[in-house]
Structures are given as structure tokens and as C-alpha cells.
Design a protein around this ligand. Structure first.
Ligand code: DX5
Ligand code: ZN
Length: 219
């Protein structure tokens, strides 16, 4: 799997979001990670499907990776698919039926991901591994950017890497939270292939330099 750098727009300057997304992609980012929080599943409130639609209307054609930290899930799946999402990941304990939500995402033409919080087992992701396109392992407790990477998640990344390497279908292993140029190599060595970074990118003044440093630190 090629390595993907997916800046989380949570830390972008929302007063000029379109320009920020354009410049981080021009600076070498592969995907845009779109963190959706509903102040119910997590204690914060961010952006909805209309912002995703606005980015598409602004001319962003690149891959938009939507991370739903919301409960319930299914209604927003449809709205984000219609708003131009390419991939939609959700937290399994936020939906009544994981298989139904996965099927709903795929029936709407999007790739499907399961997101697992730091304190949670990967069991649900394991059970659905042959039906999904991505596992998202949170390396911070969801809700805010700029938190510290939880090192205990490294073992979970390695465990999930071994599981994914045993199955026939291609599943991406994405890690989200507290990643920076100093720790991205250990996250990569543990087995991640898709890296979400918010503050470590948007809090710097040269996105190209930051992204090329990150890429060179990915083993
Ligand atoms: C947490 C968010 C953050 C964000 C990344 O709910 O999902 O993990 O994407 O933020 P940083 O890179 O600043 O930790
Ligand atoms: Zn996220």
C-alpha cells in the first residue's frame, strides 16, 4: 500500500478553508481528512455535509476521507455521500447495526471505514475486516486536535497490521491523532500506511516543507 498523508482540516484556518485545503494538497498531501463531531458522541462540534459540498463546489477534486464522530450515524452517511465524500468511517458503538451502516456507505458509492478509540479493542474491526476498506485507529481520544499521541496504541497498530496482511482484500490502516514529524516513523514501523495529521501540518507556515519532512520520515 502506498503511504497516504491526510491532513485533518480540524486545525485549518476556517476563515479561508477552501484556500487552506487547496494549498495543503498543492503542498503534497494525498487526502483531506474531514473530522465531523456532533457534540453528542464527542464533546465538540465541528462541520457538516454542506462544508464538504462547498469544498467540492470550490473545485476540490481530491479524496475526502470523512471521519464521523457522531451518533446516530446512518442519516449523516447519506448526507455526506451526497455531499461528495469518497470514504466514510464511523465508530461502531455509535450505530445500532455495524453491517447495515457499512452496507449503506458502500451502496452509496463510498469506501467504508471502522474507527476504534484508544481504549477500545479492535474486535469489531476484526469481525468486519473483509467488508471494509479502512481501519482507523485513534491515537488520541476523539474530540480535539493538538493532543499527545498515546504510545499504547502502537501495539494495537502492529496487531491490526498482522491481521490485515493475512486477508485477501486490501484494507488501509489509518492512524489519527497526535502524529508529528518526530513520531511518524514509529507509527509507520508499527504498520500504519495512512496518516492523519492536523496541528502538525496546519500549525506550520510551510506546508510543502512539513509534508516532505513527514514523507521522508515514513519508513
Ligand atoms: C480527534 C481528531 C484529531 C485530528 C488530528 O478527534 O480526529 O485526531 O484529526 O489532530 P492532531 O493531528 O492535531 O492530533
Ligand atoms: Zn479524525
Amino acid at each position: 500500500m502506498n503511504k497516504i498523508i491526510a491532513p485533518s482540516i480540524l486545525s485549518a484556518n476556517f476563515a479561508k478553508l477552501g484556500d487552506e485545503v487547496r494549498s495543503v494538497l498543492d503542498a503534497g498531501a494525498d487526502w483531506i481528512h474531514f473530522d465531523v463531531m456532533d457534540n453528542h458522541y464527542v464533546p465538540n462540534l465541528t462541520i457538516g455535509p454542506m462544508v464538504c459540498k462547498s469544498l467540492r463546489e470550490f473545485g476540490i477534486k481530491d479524496f475526502i476521507d470523512v471521519h464521523l464522530m457522531v451518533e446516530p450515524v446512518d442519516g449523516l452517511v447519506k448526507m455526506f455521500a451526497n455531499a461528495g465524500a469518497d470514504l466514510i468511517s464511523f465508530h461502531p458503538n455509535a450505530t445500532a447495526n455495524v453491517s447495515e451502516t457499512i452496507n449503506k456507505i458502500k451502496d452509496l458509492g463510498c469506501q467504508a471505514g471502522i474507527a476504534i478509540n484508544p481504549g477500545e479493542e479492535v474486535t469489531v474491526a476484526e469481525q468486519h475486516l473483509e467488508d471494509i476498506d479502512l481501519v482507523l485507529l485513534m491515537s488520541v481520544n476523539p474530540g480535539f486536535g493538538g493532543q499527545k499521541f498515546i504510545d499504547a496504541v502502537l501495539a494495537k497498530i502492529s496487531y491490526m497490521r498482522k491481521l490485515i496482511d493475512k486477508i485477501p482484500n486490501e484494507v488501509r490502516l489509518e492512524v489519527d491523532g497526535g502524529i508529528n514529524p518526530e513520531n511518524i516513523s514509529v507509527v509507520s514501523e508499527a504498520g500504519a500506511d495512512t496518516f492523519v495529521l492536523g496541528s502538525a501540518i496546519f500549525n506550520t507556515d510551510d506546508y510543502s516543507n512539513t509534508i516532505s519532512t513527514l514523507r521522508s520520515n515514513i519508513t
